[in-house]
Design a protein around this ligand. Structure first.
Ligand SMILES: [Zn+2]
Length: 410
C-alpha cells in the first residue's frame, strides 16, 4: 500500500478548537479532570467521532471510547489515544494531541476508503494528569487492573468530591472497567523534554519508560555549638548530606545514557545558623529504563550513603518508599513506529520516556508503542507549551502507519 496521507491542517484546526475549551490568558489550557470543561471537551470529541462514523461508549471510570468497525468484529481492536484533562496551567498539546491524532487517523481512513481487519478505537483516558485527583493516570491504571475500581472511583479532590460523584454529575459513569479486549495500543504525545529538538529529529521511537525508585534518607550526627566545638570533634549532618548529594549526582552521570538521579528535598535540623546540624532528611529519586542497571544504581547509592555517613561520623537510615519497574514497550509495536518514520522519510531516534503516560499502564495488558514529537524548548506542563504543525503532522502519519499495519488495513 502506498503511503497514506493525513490532513495536517484538519488536525491543527481540531487542536485549536479543542484548546478553546478552558483556554487561559497566556495561551494555555486549564481543563481539570471531570469539571464542566472536561465534559465539554468530551462532548466535542464524541460529536467529531460520531461524525466520522464511530460508535462511542464509556466505562465505569469515564474512559471514553470511539470505535471504527473492522471487517472482523471478533478481532480485538487496535487502540490509540491519550487524555483531554490538563494541568491548571497546562498546554494545548499534552494529551489532546494523542486523542486528536487518533481521530485524524480515523478521518483519513474514511477519506481513503480504507477498511481494516481489526476495529480501531480512539480512547480518552480519565484523569491522566493527577492534578485534581491523585494519583495520576488513574483511568488507564484502573483499566489495566493496577487500581481497584472502588479505590479509583473513591479518590477525592481537595474539596472532598470523589471521582465517582463527578462522573455521575457530568454523565460519564458507565459499567465495568478493563473488560474490553485490546489487540495493541499506540499513543502519540509531545516529548515534554528537549532531546528531539536538540538533535533535530522529528520522531521519537519510544522504546519504553524508565523505572523509578524513591527513597527517604535520614543522616544523624550531633547538634553542638558552632563556636566552642573543635572541627575534629564534629558530627555535622550537612557535611555528610552534601557529600551524598554530590555522590548521587555522580551516579546519574556514571550511568549514562538514560540514567537520572535527583535529590529534590532537604530538611536540616535544627536549621539554625550557629548550631552544627544534628540531622538531615533528604529525598532521592533514581531512574533508569533497565531494571538491572537501576539495581546497580541502587547499590551505588547505598554505598555512597554509607561512605558519606562514615566520613562525617554520622548514622544513616535509608527507606525505599516507592519502586516502579521499568516498562519496555512491545518490540513489534516499537518496530511498527520506527518503520512508519522510515516510510514517510522522517528523521527519528529511539528514546525512553522519562514521564509517566497512560501507555505505561496499557503496556501491562496489551502490546504497546508510543510516538514522540518535539515540543518547543522541551517545555510542557506550562501554558507556553508549543509544537509545530509539521511535527504534529509527521507524528500523526507515523501513527497512521502503525495502526494500519497492526490492524490489517486494505
Ligand atoms: Zn500527557
Amino acid at each position: 500500500m502506498k503511503n497514506l496521507t493525513i490532513d495536517g491542517k484538519r488536525l491543527w484546526d481540531s487542536l485549536r478548537e479543542m484548546a478553546r475549551i478552558g483556554a487561559t490568558e497566556k495561551g494555555g489550557n486549564c481543563r481539570l479532570a471531570l469539571t464542566d470543561l472536561d465534559r465539554e471537551s468530551r462532548e466535542l470529541f464524541v460529536r467529531w467521532a460520531e461524525e466520522a462514523g464511530c460508535t462511542t461508549g464509556f466505562d465505569a471510570m469515564g474512559n471514553l471510547f470511539a470505535r471504527r468497525p473492522g471487517r472482523d468484529p471478533d478481532m480485538a481492536p487496535v487502540m490509540t489515544g491519550s487524555h483531554l484533562d490538563s494541568q491548571p496551567t497546562g498546554g494545548k498539546f499534552d494529551g489532546a494531541y494523542g486523542v486528536l491524532a487518533g481521530l485524524e487517523v480515523l478521518r483519513s481512513l474514511n477519506d481513503h476508503g480504507i477498511e481494516t481487519d481489526a476495529p480501531v478505537e480512539v480512547v480518552v483516558w480519565t484523569n491522566e494528569e493527577g492534578s485534581r485527583f491523585a494519583p495520576a493516570m488513574i483511568g488507564s491504571g484502573a483499566f489495566a487492573g493496577v487500581f481497584d475500581l472502588d479505590y479509583a472511583q473513591g479518590r477525592s479532590d481537595a474539596d472532598g468530591v470523589t471521582i465517582g460523584a463527578e462522573l455521575d454529575r457530568i454523565g460519564y459513569k458507565g459499567e465495568g472497567c478493563g473488560d474490553r479486549p485490546v489487540g495493541a495500543y499506540f499513543e502519540a504525545h509531545i516529548e515534554q523534554g528537549p532531546i528531539l529538538e536538540a538533535e533535530e529529529k522529528t520522531i521519537g521511537v519510544v522504546t519504553g519508560a524508565q523505572g523509578q525508585r524513591w527513597y527517604e534518607v535520614t543522616l544523624t550526627g550531633q547538634e553542638a555549638h558552632a563556636g566552642p566545638t573543635p572541627m575534629a570533634r564534629r558530627k555535622d549532618a550537612v557535611v555528610g548530606a552534601s557529600q551524598l548529594v554530590q555522590a548521587i549526582n555522580k551516579i546519574g552521570h556514571d550511568f549514562q545514557p538514560d540514567a537520572c538521579t535527583t535529590v529534590g528535598m532537604l530538611q536540616v535540623h535544627p536549621n539554625s545558623r550557629n548550631v552544627i546540624p544534628g540531622s538531615v532528611w533528604l529525598t532521592v529519586d533514581l531512574r533508569h529504563p533497565d531494571d538491572a542497571r537501576l539495581a546497580e544504581m541502587d547499590r551505588a547509592f547505598r554505598q555512597a550513603a554509607e561512605a558519606a555517613a562514615e566520613g562525617a561520623g554520622l548514622t544513616v537510615v535509608i527507606e525505599e518508599i516507592w519502586h516502579f519497574g521499568a516498562t519496555p514497550f512491545d518490540e513489534t509495536c516499537v518496530a511498527a513506529v520506527r518503520a512508519g518514520a522510515e516510510r514517510y522519510g522522517h528523521s527519528h531516534r529511539d528514546i525512553v520516556s522519562g514521564a509517566g503516560h497512560d501507555a505505561v499502564y496499557m503496556a501491562r495488558v496489551a502490546p504497546t508503542g508510543m510516538i514522540f514529537v518535539p515540543c518547543e524548548d522541551g517545555i510542557s506542563h506550562n501554558e507556553i507549551e508549543n509544537a509545530t504543525p509539521e511535527h504534529l503532522t509527521a507524528g500523526c502519519e507515523v501513527l497512521m502507519h502503525a495502526i494500519v499495519e497492526t490492524a490489517g488495513g486494505r
